[in-house]
Design a protein around this ligand. Structure first.
Ligand code: AMP
Length: 143
């Protein structure tokens, strides 16, 4: 299965935040949207970084409450791993496992067109396995 099919199922909406905003604002947005990461925007499209709840936890553990006033730009990961709509589910699983990340933005022609989370990957893989099981059962029972 390719990323294009995953996006067709989940939609293309991506929550973003400007790199100039505070960690407090980022956390409010994560809570409001019920998500774990934000794509960070800045001068250079389509993105300048990614900020996940893990970055917030790290900052809070290091600096305490004052971390809330720090800028997203200072805590985000700048070297972002991205995929395209043609990327295969298995490639995504490898990227996420090897890099220990749970979110991968989808970039097509220098435009942000979606974001795949590890939850989306697990859901899609389960669906694939269920379909394979059904096909095998149909095959052995001659249906
Ligand atoms: P996550 O597991 O996605 O919550 O993120 C764990 C760490 O990896 C955090 O420091 C994130 O900023 C970083 N991270 C998350 N997604 C990516 C990505 N696609 N490329 C690079 N770093 C990422």
């Amino acid at each position: 299965m390719r990323v294009s099919k995953l996006l067709a199922g989940k939609g293309r909406d991506v929550a973003t935040i400007s790199k100039e905003r505070s960690v407090r604002d980022a956390l409010a947005l994560l809570k409001e949207r019920g998500i774990g990461a934000l794509v960070v925007t800045g001068a250079k499209p389509p993105l300048v970084g990614i900020f996940s709840e893990r970055d917030a936890v790290r900052a809070l553990a290091t600096s305490g409450e004052s971390a809330l006033e720090e800028k997203v730009a200072d805590l985000m990961t700048k070297d972002v791993v991205v995929c395209t709509e043609a990327t295969q589910l298995t490639e995504l699983m490898t990227m996420m496992t090897e890099r220990r990340i749970r979110h991968v933005p989808v970039v097509e022609d220098a435009k942000l067109v979606g974001l795949i989370s590890i939850g989306d990957v697990v859901k899609a893989r389960l669906e694939e396995l269920e379909n394979d099981k059904k096909d095998l059962l149909d095959y052995v029972s001659g249906r």
